[in-house]
Ligand binder design. Sequence first.
Ligand code: SF4
Length: 227
Amino acid sequence: MSQQNDSNLMKKVDSRKIILVNNLLRWSKNNSPDYPWRNTSDPYHIMVSEMLLRRTRASSVIDVYKKFIRKFPTVSLLSKSSVEEIENIIRSLGMKSRSDKMKSVAKMIVEKYSGNFPSKESELLAIIGKESQYTVNAIRCFGLNQQVPIFDVNVKRIFERILSIDFGKSAHKKKSSWKLVSTVVPEKNIKQYNWALLDLGKAVCTPVDPKCKICPLKTICDYGLKS
Ligand code: SF4
């Protein structure tokens, strides 16, 4: 993963993580958007939002999400719906295949777990899909308040720049990537921390021309310190 050996890398992470978490949390108070799916701890609502947000802009998802939750407020109601009913609501987002997936996941949760989301990672991966670590961690963090990381292209970029590392191709599929970012997740304010990372990656640590001068992490970031 890195040009540095594991022990040096972990020392670097350890020496920076308190500032990273504190500065990020402070920044997010005034800068993180207030999306409707951030005002719920219902794992079902979190799962719906994550499935709608996949490869889709948050601004396009807001109204669809609200309509979806009004129509199917519980996983039980979603499990009894028809795929056509789901498609009617999410059509504007494209990717019709999402309707089948939502219906089948809802059915599994109702039939196998009586409508209650399991809390174990292995059970969630079995339901949502082994390739869906991001969605599973989002449910665990935002819906079940578990101390787990979120890792997407934005978070990957931030950590690569802060630590001068390269996670390599398909980083989101590698256990080592998730393991490294998991060492920084704080015990408290877990949701706010993960939201803040996602938000910083979109608004400040952008792929091109990152705004290092106004970044709350510039004092602990290798890239920011050089720029
Ligand atoms: S200082 Fe620059 S490169 Fe580092 S995290 Fe902030 S925006 Fe990204």
